[in-house]
Design a protein around this ligand. Structure first.
Ligand code: DGL
Length: 260
């Protein structure tokens, strides 16, 4: 594996671009290939077996493109499939999990909320993490049914989204949470709305920056940092509507439709 090979990133759809942005900010010289498996989104309502099969499909595609490291930019795929991926393939995988630990360590009201997909909240890895770190806090777990589909359709600021969020957040407000953990990479795109809806003292936590830092650390450890001076190639592929992916990327990057 050569250090000028690309970093591969996949998600069930467009949400992992929130991770891609953090990664590109921290590692601007790296070539990257982003894969949005939007045709099969949402993953959160699928079985563990299906999530593993889709994660393998995405990984094989990225390996065919010679990726040196893969970021599983999806909490649902990480919590259900990363163990299998690490077992099956011989390159480093970086995953993303809901940041329960910092929320549980820092809460003053002893109540935290987590918004994530059904697939993440029902996973063994999530249960392990909550048992380890959140035993002495009230943890309100909320499945974000419908949120990913709305984002995949480009309806981030829609009336439907506001109604869903209000409905999902109310039980958390009722127990006076002071931390809201965003356990899905699609959700950081909701932060502007959430800031308007939530009382000021509630801290919103997502793991994007931590994933980028971990990616850098693992590249360094494996001597895989790109040291060449060529302009990085930034590729984006989607098997769904490329326009939604384009809308979420800040600059005018080209998004190619891919039939996979
Ligand atoms: N971005 C994915 C995650 O982080 C969304 C899952 C889904 O497709 O339901 O969990």
């Amino acid at each position: 594996m050569s250090n000028n090979h690309p970093i591969g990133i996949f998600d069930s759809g467009v949400g992992g671009t929130s991770i891609w942005k953090e990664t590109h900010r921290l590692l601007p010289k790296e070539h990257t290939i982003y894969l949005a498996d939007s045709k099969f989104a949402p993953y959160g309502e699928k079985s563990k077996e299906d999530i593993i099969a889709l994660s393998i499909k995405n990984t094989e595609y990225l390996l065919d493109q010679n990726c040196k490291l893969i970021i599983v930019a999806c909490n649902t795929a990480t919590t259900n499939a990363i163990k299998t991926l690490r077992k099956n393939y011989d390159i480093p995988f970086i995953g993303i999990e809901p940041a329960i630990k910092p929320a549980a360590l820092n809460t003053k009201t002893k109540a935290i909320g987590i918004l994530a997909t059904k697939g993440t909240l029902s996973s063994d890895l999530f249960h392990k993490t909550t048992n380890l770190f959140a035993n002495d806090v009230t943890l309100i777990e909320q499945e974000g049914d419908g949120i990913v589909s709305l984002i995949e359709n480009g309806q981030i600021n829609s009336v439907e989204m506001t109604a869903l969020l209000k409905h999902y957040l109310q039980p958390m407000l009722d127990v006076d949470i002071d931390h809201l953990v965003l356990g899905c990479t699609h959700y950081p795109y909701l932060i502007p709305q959430l800031l308007e809806m939530l009382p000021k003292h509630i801290k919103i936590i997502d793991s994007g920056e931590a994933v980028a830092k971990q990616t850098k650390a693992i590249l360094q450890k494996n001597e895989l940092i790109n040291t060449t001076t060529e302009k990085p190639s930034l590729k984006f592929y989607s098997n769904g509507n490329p326009n939604v992916l384009k809308m979420l990327l800040d600059r005018n990057y080209t998004v190619e439709f891919l039939n996979f």
